[in-house]
Each structure stands twice: as structure tokens, then as C-alpha cells.
Design a protein around this ligand. Structure first.
Ligand code: TRP
Length: 346
């Protein structure tokens, strides 16, 4: 069997530059390389409910934002199957059988779950659904026979849990499921893009994001407010490029061609040297970064505009993708039931 790629996002907010460099760019690369039989991208609305069960409206509203974000960055419905998790009933059934193969204490030891329980204030009483979402994620992955999973490092414990379930299942019921591997972003800054305020993570709750759907005016304002070097007060002062968000972002987003085009320098290194010596102002470097981000976002905005004007097309993409996902996952469920020996009347 060839490569089957699967990944997904919880629809809890619009996607931002952190998502772009941390995961969307990687997905585009996989799509363009084309070294796969199938590529699935799932909108994980059921998983999003495990910690937002009291706010389903948030998930509903963001489901559309997320599919528009996918399509506008250039993920191509002819090469990728997009689907909605909650529509694929077989995934829920698989989850139920996999639950037997995992102990509660194993789930409680999962480092990702541990961190998330703290972040969500679930220490006193963890919803069973939340504690067991790693089992449902194993169903997402194995339901499609996926072996290549493009995700962030925070997801590694979830893939490990998936592979443990796969091994237990195969040991008890015979060789049925296949193990998966993470496909990780290699660039260290891109892995976790800091916020425009210099905070270690770009995140909606911290209010330090540049969204893929931001207008030029939004981006300009945000770039002008970016955290640089608080001791670089006068233009002549020597400045620091480390922990300076403008340079951090230029490192991730800018090519030397762009630096040449938008500044008097020939390369980013040359620009950094000048900043360090003194004599290069923050407004100037911010204007360069603004142009670089605009180069990235402008085509994304254009595609988004197209799809916003053709929402029926977006619905069709999601519906057709979801139908295909239902059919594939049903086949896996049949194989699983047969392996367990509960394929009565067949
Ligand atoms: N847990 C992932 C996230 O929070 C979303 C997700 C759900 C997922 N199921 C998946 C990712 C299966 C990869 C594979 O981003």
C-alpha cells in the first residue's frame, strides 16, 4: 500500500501565520510532491467538542472559516479530500472498540493530555470524552489507513498512543491496522512561530496573531505594533536582532530577493548587520516585513474572495469529500469487525 496522508485541525478559530508556517506550508509541500495515494484533511469538529461541548456555536462558526483558510492557501480539492469528522460515524464506532485496548492510567499519563487538562482547568474533574480523545484520534488515523501524519510536535504523544493501539489490536485480533509516522516541520522557528508581542506562541487567546484572512490595514497596524528591541530607542542606537520579532519573522518569511526589492540591502544578513551597528530604524524594518507578509497574503486573500463568492462550491467540496471519507472509513470498520469476529450475518 502506498502513502496515505491524513491530518486535521480543530475548528476553534481562524488560521493564522503560525498555522501557515507550522503546518499548512508543509501540507502544500506534500500536496505538490504528490508522493501519495490519498491525502485527507479533516475538520475535527467532534474532537473540538471534547473541550467545547458547552459552546457548539463556536465550532459551527469556525468550521467554515477553516475550510476557507484551507482553500485560500492553495490546498487543492482535486488533490486533497476534505471532510468533516462528525459526519463519519464509523470513526465513533472504531473509537468504541479501541477504548478496550487502552487503560485510563495510560490516558492520564499522556503528556499532551496532561498539559491540556491544566490549561483547561479540568484538574478537578476531567470529562471522560476529553480524556479519551486520543483514542478517537487513533480511529481518525487508522480509519483511513493513514501512515503519514503531518502534525506539530505537540501531537507526537497522540501518534504514539495510536501506534500502541494498532500494535495491541494486531496482536489480539490479527494483522489488520497499520502504524503511522509523524511528518514534522524542520525549521525551529516555524515549528512554533512567536506572537507579534514576542510571546513564545502565536495564539488566539493571547491576541497576538496575524490571521490569514486579515486585511492589509490589519496587517500594517499589527506589524507596526510588533515587539522589537526595547533598548533600540534612537535610530542611531545599536539594535538587537535576537528576540526581535521583526527579524524573527523576516528569518521565516523573507527571501533575499524580497529584501533587495523592499530595502537598500542585498540580503537579510546585511540588513541585520546594519541594525546591530545602529542607524536603521524600526519603522523601516517593519515596512520591509509588511511588504513580505503582503506578498504572502495577497494571493491568499484573492483565493478567499473567490471562494467567499462561491460558497456553494465550498459546500460541494466538503460534501463530496465527506461522502468519500464515509465510504473509506466504513470499509475499515468492516475489516475491524471481521478481525474481532463480530461480523454477524456477513
Ligand atoms: N489533535 C489535532 C489538533 O489538535 C487534530 C486532529 C484530530 C488530528 N484528529 C487528527 C491531527 C488525526 C492528525 C491526525 O490539531
Amino acid at each position: 500500500m502506498g502513502n496515505i496522508i491524513l491530518t486535521g485541525d480543530r475548528p476553534t478559530g481562524k488560521l493564522h501565520l503560525g498555522h501557515y508556517v507550522g503546518s499548512l506550508r508543509n501540507r502544500l509541500k506534500l500536496q505538490e510532491e504528490g508522493n501519495y495515494d490519498e491525502m485527507y484533511i479533516m475538520i475535527a469538529d467532534s474532537q473540538a467538542l471534547t473541550d467545547n461541548f458547552d459552546n457548539p456555536k463556536k465550532i459551527q462558526d469556525n468550521l467554515h472559516e477553516v475550510i476557507l483558510d484551507y482553500l485560500s492557501v492553495g490546498l487543492n480539492p482535486e488533490k486533497v479530500t476534505f471532510f468533516i469528522q462528525s459526519k463519519v460515524n464509523a470513526l465513533t464506532t472504531l473509537t468504541y472498540y479501541y477504548m478496550n485496548l487502552v487503560s485510563v492510567s495510560r490516558l492520564e499519563r499522556n503528556p499532551t493530555i496532561k498539559t491540556e487538562i491544566k490549561q483547561r482547568g479540568f484538574e478537578q474533574s476531567v470529562p471522560a470524552g476529553f480524556l479519551s480523545y486520543p483514542v478517537s484520534q487513533a480511529a481518525d488515523i487508522t480509519g483511513f489507513n493513514a501512515n503519514v501524519i503531518p502534525v506539530g510536535e505537540d501531537q507526537l504523544p497522540l501518534l504514539e498512543q495510536t501506534n500502541e493501539i494498532v500494535r495491541s489490536f494486531n496482536r489480539i485480533y490479527g494483522d489488520t491496522l497499520r502504524e503511522c509516522n509523524a511528518y514534522l516541520e524542520k525549521n525551529d522557528i516555524a515549528k512554533r512561530l512567536p506572537g507579534i508581542d514576542g510571546n513564545a506562541k502565536m495564539s488566539k487567546s493571547l491576541g497576538n496573531c496575524i490571521y490569514l484572512s486579515d486585511t492589509s490595514e490589519d496587517v500594517y497596524k499589527k506589524v507596526m505594533s510588533m515587539y522589537t528591541d526595547p533598548n533600540h530607542i534612537k535610530i542611531e542606537d545599536p539594535g538587537k536582532v535576537e528576540e526581535n520579532m521583526v527579524f524573527t519573522y523576516l528569518d521565516v518569511f523573507a527571501t533575499d530577493e524580497q529584501i533587495k526589492k523592499y530595502s537598500e540591502f542585498n540580503s537579510l544578513d546585511e540588513m541585520k548587520e546594519k541594525y546591530k551597528r545602529g542607524g536603521l530604524g524600526d519603522v523601516k524594518i517593519k515596512k520591509v516585513l509588511f511588504q513580505v507578509i503582503e506578498d504572502l497574503l495577497e494571493p491568499i486573500r484573492e483565493k478567499r474572495k473567490y471562494y467567499e463568492e462561491h460558497l456553494d462550491e465550498v459546500d460541494k467540496i466538503l460534501k463530496e469529500g465527506t461522502m468519500k471519507a464515509i465510504s473509506t472509513a466504513n470499509k475499515t470498520l468492516d475489516r475491524v469487525k471481521k478481525a474481532i469476529g463480530i461480523d454477524y450475518f456477513e
